[in-house]
Design a protein around this ligand. Structure first.
Ligand code: NAD
Length: 366
């Protein structure tokens, strides 16, 4: 297969981790007989430095022309970087929000998986982490509270702030369909998370999700209130497969889910639109504190590349070859510094920088 990928290396550790993902993808292409063409573009701080704005029309066009976008991370140190002295619409993050909007990326997928080799880093009780977990949060990304009208006005001599939470049936239906489609490729269970005991938007959410569920008789649907879900994620995350939820609930729950894996450098993500197109990026930021030191963990970006093969190109075997190579590298004892707990004894030859971890994983692709 011929694949055209637009890459946004971005800022901080972005260029280092994207280079390792490309290394692994090139190995997959040589083992499985595919062709992949990468086109690098600027966004975020790098684009501000070059063009005075975080996102240019050229970058948007190059992303639209590609089959998929692979991104590192954007942004700098928010206290010291001159990028954060600019007005909000010119800061690095505005570029990412603008790109998501231009590409209509309404579905955000964040898997949270506990690797047995890293279970010690899981902050949950041992009897909980021993069970392991493998869940995926499907978050609606372009509607709800973050995109509704908001304003602050003076009423009866005091300031009153209003944010509105709006969902259309069509917006709920399309994200629910994505969740059920993904569940069909996993353990066929969807937990839809809402606040239907209070919110009208949640009651509509529940109704539409149930309508969509009728088209997927093999998938088991359950509903859970968001406050309960926040508790259940730390009590017994092994009960979840796909967690489907709206924008703000998903924002909070996906960060909670990432924390219980114990390692921010391991978590990939995908943002999809109606077609097979997607933007794939690690869940972490640009880690400016360790940029340029060759110590970043490239695994989240490498696993994002695996998601790209699975969701955009439907190359299941190839995606699994990356996931298995990551598991083997961990099983063989290789660790980047973020995966080493204080006091843990790791042989010198098993300690990895970013580039060495990329080499180790690429060499295990089969
Ligand atoms: P961060 O995720 O960049 O870093 C938090 C901590 O985790 C740091 O100590 C960092 O060194 C460490 N870390 C992160 N990724 C790592 C990796 N792959 N390997 C090893 N250690 C890693 O979060 P932050 O410091 O709050 O944000 C830094 C910048 O990133 C900010 O400008 C922020 O806005 C931006 N950001 C961008 C995105 C994105 O591009 N989607 C997401 C989150 C944050």
């Amino acid at each position: 297969m011929k694949m055209g990928i637009t890459c946004i290396p971005g800022d901080g550790i972005g260029p280092e981790i994207v280079a390792e993902a490309k290394k692994v993808l090139n190995k997959v292409c040589s083992v499985y007989g595919h062709e992949m063409e990468f086109t690098d573009v600027l966004m975020g701080g790098a684009s501000i430095d070059a063009y005075g704005k975080p996102l240019t029309d050229e970058t948007i066009d190059k992303c639209k022309q590609a089959d998929a976008v692979l991104m590192g991370s954007i942004g700098g140190n928010t206290s010291t970087s001159p990028w954060y002295k600019l007005e909000p619409s010119l800061r690095p993050e505005a570029g990412l929000l603008g790109l998501r909007k231009s590409l209509n990326l309404f579905a955000n997928l964040r898997p949270a998986f506990l690797y047995p080799e890293l279970a010690d880093a899981c902050p949950l009780k041992e009897e909980t982490s021993d069970k392991g977990f493998d869940l995926l949060i499907m978050r609606e990304l372009t509607g709800g509270l973050y995109f509704g009208d908001r304003f602050t006005e003076e009423v009866d001599g005091e300031l009153v702030a209003t944010d509105t939470l709006v969902y259309k049936e069509s917006e709920i239906r399309r994200i629910a369909i994505k969740a059920f489609d993904v569940a069909m490729q996993r353990s066929k269970r969807v937990t839809s998370v809402d606040k239907a005991n209070v919110l009208d938007s949640s009651r509509l959410w529940r109704k539409v999700v149930e309508e969509v569920a009728a088209d997927y008789p093999e998938v088991e649907l359950s509903h859970m209130l968001v406050d309960n879900c926040a508790m259940q994620l730390v009590k017994d995350p092994s009960q979840f497969d796909v967690v489907l939820t709206e924008n703000m609930f998903g924002d909070i729950l996906s960060d909670e889910a990432s924390m219980i894996t114990g390692s921010i450098g391991m978590l990939p993500s995908a943002s999809l639109n109606e077609s097979s197109f997607g933007l794939y990026e690690p869940s972490h930021g640009s880690a400016p504190d360790i940029a340029g030191m060759d110590i970043a963990n490239p695994i989240a970006t490498i696993l994002s590349a695996a998601m790209m093969l699975k969701f955009t190109f439907k190359l299941e075997k190839e995606a699994e070859s990356i996931e298995n190579a990551v598991k083997k590298a961990l099983k063989d004892g290789y660790r980047t510094v973020d995966l080493i707990r204080s006091g843990e004894n790791i042989a010198e030859d098993k300690k990895c920088g970013c580039s060495k971890m990329g080499d180790i994983i690429a060499s295990r692709i089969e």
